[in-house]
Design a protein around this ligand. Structure first.
Ligand code: XMP
Length: 506
């Protein structure tokens, strides 16, 4: 595997993704929580950083020790750290070096730069520049303005580069990373979804033995794939619970339960609609609604988990970005949950946790799901928030409002599917607004509800653009909704991007 040491760069996850795309397993660790470097670590990549090596409290590691344990590639800050700690000079750049730049000279005889063109386009993003390097650093690439764009330390498999090969604007970045990971470090490109399933199922068998696992399913990709994987390992000893919280999409509870049964999962559907509606009564504040739903879910799940005898594990669909977030350089204390209240936790939260997907990115989870034979209806599903329609009904929640919104949402989503638009948007749904508007139907004046439709394109939900759905489609859907859903006389389309808006309205 490749070890990526994170110094806090916005691009660290991208480095990991690029390495994984080469079918090589890698892990990100914060620079200040260095794991033991075993023989399994074939190479080390140092990330960039928002810090400057010139700062007194600049993040650092013992490079001399690392350099003798495995080949090392320093990217941007990582390269500057190498240069400076060996006696080179790093200074603020006189010109701003940000964006696409063409390399000038490239020593393509160097193993790191095999196959890289002389004027290859790379992505620069740095405020500091390496001015001088020690005599035993060989400069292997330059640009017009950056003399030390890449170097190798003589006699060592230690490299530094000033640009960012992990960013797609570095057009041959993947070639460079392949050179490092495969040729220089000698990693075999054998890490695939198939091999992941095989080794994970074997590990789960070993770890869980005859123990019982309880797991809550949501219908989403992560929990479904995690459950299927655990099921492969321990079969009926996995007890799945799928709760109807009353704010799911139309027919979602029945449909999802059916697909889980078809997959052979031992799943219990629990209808707790009334309990959730009870907890939501009178609440209008979005955070209060979220809390009420979260707490009710915990109560229901705890009660159900108690019905299973001798259960010792809690299965979870946690994926790698969640893990990285909770141990990030930027402040573990701010993101990790406080555990000082263990005594007051529900019993299921005291179970040992098994998280088979906690090393995978989202697209890898999908690939594993495909290998496991999960249907596209589960794998291709849009994200859906845990608090469900409760945060898409602005104001207080009633069963009647839920039912209206479910109808509108179903017409919209089915329309997107029918027109081949569903897979083109990242997430879509409808919002019930807390206002009424005047309309006319036949000869009569109406005074009814307004719904908003929202569809966005996005990569990860962190930023999003409103989806430019065809006008004809919007016109048809609007007609269909107003004609078919009693109590709605106006449909609007949300054309706000995130930021400054968010995807959900609450
Ligand atoms: P926003 O509204 O913050 O949403 O732009 C980004 C993504 O997060 C989802 N979301 C939630 N998911 N519980 C969840 O499980 C929540 O409370 C929640 N709030 C927002 C949202 O659907 C979108 O995919």
């Amino acid at each position: 595997q490749i070890l990526i040491l994170d110094f806090g760069s916005q691009y660290t996850q991208l480095i990991a993704r690029r390495v994984r795309e080469l079918n090589v397993y890698c892990e990100i660790h914060p620079y200040n929580h260095l794991p033991e470097i075993t023989s399994a670590v074939k190479g080390i990549i140092l990330s960039g950083s928002p810090s400057s090596v010139r700062d007194a409290d600049a993040p650092t590691v013992d490079l001399n020790a690392l350099r003798h344990q495995a080949p090392v590639l320093g990217l941007c800050y990582g390269a500057q750290l190498m240069a400076q700690s060996s006696g080179g000079e790093v200074k603020p750049s006189s010109i701003r070096e940000y964006g696409r730049v063409k390399l000038g000279t490239v020593n393509d005889q160097n193993p790191l730069l095999h196959g890289i063109d002389q004027h290859s386009q790379v992505w620069m993003s740095h405020a500091d520049t390496i001015m001088t390097v020690p005599d035993n650093f060989n400069v292997i690439a330059s640009t017009d303005t950056v003399r030390v764009a890449a170097f190798q330390i003589e006699g060592e498999q230690t490299y530094g580069i000033q640009f960012h090969p992990e960013v797609t604007h570095s057009l041959q970045g993947k070639v460079l990373l392949r050179n490092f990971v495969v040729d220089i470090c000698g990693c075999s490109q054998s890490w695939t979804a198939d091999s992941f399933v095989e080794s994970t199922v074997a590990q789960l068998k070993e770890k869980l033995g005859d123990d019982k696992v309880v797991m809550g399913l949501s219908g989403g990709v992560d929990s479904s794939v995690a459950a299927t994987l655990i099921h492969r390992a321990i079969g009926a000893n996995l007890y799945c619970i799928f709760v109807d919280n009353g704010v799911l999409r139309k027919d979602e509870f029945e449909d999802v339960l059916e697909s889980y049964k078809e997959l052979g999962l031992n799943v219990k559907g629990v209808d707790s609609k009334q309990q959730f509606y009870g907890a939501l009564t009178g609440l209008t504040d979005p955070e209060a609604k979220r809390k009420a739903i979260g707490k009710t879910f915990i109560d229901v799940f705890d009660q159900e988990a108690h019905l299973i005898e001798d259960v010792s594990w809690l299965g979870q669909g946690t994926i790698y970005p969640d893990v990285i977030e909770s141990v990030s350089v930027k402040g573990p204390s701010a993101t990790i949950k406080s555990h000082h209240n263990v005594g007051g936790l529900p019993d299921f939260m005291k179970l040992k946790v098994v998280e088979p997907l906690n090393t995978l990115f989202k697209d890898e989870v999908r690939a594993v799901g495909k290998t496991l034979g999960l249907p596209d209806t589960i794998l291709g599903r849009h994200p859906f928030p845990g608090p469900g329609l409760a945060i898409r009904i602005l104001g207080d929640i009633t069963a009647e409002k839920v039912q209206i919104l479910q109808e509108v949402d179903a017409l919209f989503i089915n329309g997107l599917k029918r027109e081949g638009l569903y897979d083109k948007v990242w997430q879509a749904g409808a919002i019930l607004l807390p206002i009424q508007s005047v309309g006319v139907m036949g000869d009569e004046r109406t005074y009814e509800r307004v719904v908003a439709l929202r569809a966005v394109t996005s990569v990860d939900g962190m930023t999003a653009d409103w989806a430019h759905l065809p006008y004809e489609f919007l016109a048809d859907i609007s007609n269909e909704i107003i004609n078919k859903v009693k109590g709605v006389n106006r449909v609007v389309y949300d054309i706000s991007s995130k930021p400054p808006a968010t995807i959900e309205w609450e």
